[in-house]
Design a protein. Structure first.
Length: 203
């Protein structure tokens, strides 16, 4: 098979592609044609196959291995907390609010991990900021009790308020209980924070 000369390829290309200095908005390949454009068809297919295999290997090595949330829940329910942690952690790190909440529970109760309230608050906060109602309720409880964070009735009221707006009845009860311990100015501030709160998207 005879290879096309560069000049013949360029002549054919210029007949199809508008001049780069014209007012056309068509995309153009800069510079001379890459060598693979003038390879015989079979060799181009072989090159494409090699490139696709390399891309698959690259993705397999570089993409994070995500966990399986359902498998994590099954492991948690049967008391296999090591497996639950293995499944939940990568998902939580990728921004999965449900997995973040499950990790918070594990740290709050010391299930398969050390019991660390600050770590529980960290994961609760990440889930609550995404609008996870149960995480919002539990984060409010942590602020009310001063677990893992300094006691703060304003933030507790805010998080209970947000969870209650999503239908959590107990959150509404807790909000009203702590409101009795707050000044009118504190309640007004908590309500302002709840009004202005907006959920954050996962990364």
């Amino acid at each position: 098979m005879q290879y096309l000369s560069h000049s013949r390829v360029q002549d054919a290309k210029s007949a199809l592609v508008p001049d780069r200095h014209s007012s056309s908005r068509f995309f153009q390949l800069p510079g001379p044609d890459p060598p693979y454009l003038i390879l015989p068809f079979a060799r181009k297919l072989a090159l494409l196959y090699v490139l696709m295999k390399a891309a698959i290997v690259f993705l397999a090595l570089c993409l994070p291995v995500l966990g399986d949330f359902a498998e994590g829940r099954r492991a948690y329910d049967r008391g296999d907390y090591a497996t639950a942690l293995k499944e939940f952690l990568p998902l939580a790190q990728e921004g999965n609010a449900d997995a973040q909440f499950e990790l918070a529970v594990m740290y709050a109760l010391g299930l398969g991990v050390p019991q660390v309230d600050k770590e529980a608050v960290k994961w609760l906060n990440l889930a609550a900021e995404q609008g996870h109602a149960t995480a919002q309720y539990n984060l409010g409880d942590m602020y009310e009790r001063g677990r893992g964070v300094p006691q703060d009735y304003i933030k507790a009221h805010m998080w209970f308020n947000l969870a209650g707006a999503k239908g959590n009845v107990q959150a509404v009860k807790n909000r009203d209980i702590i409101a009795a311990k707050m000044t009118p100015a504190q309640i007004a501030e908590a309500q302002r924070l709840a009004r202005e709160w907006k959920p954050k998207t996962s990364r």
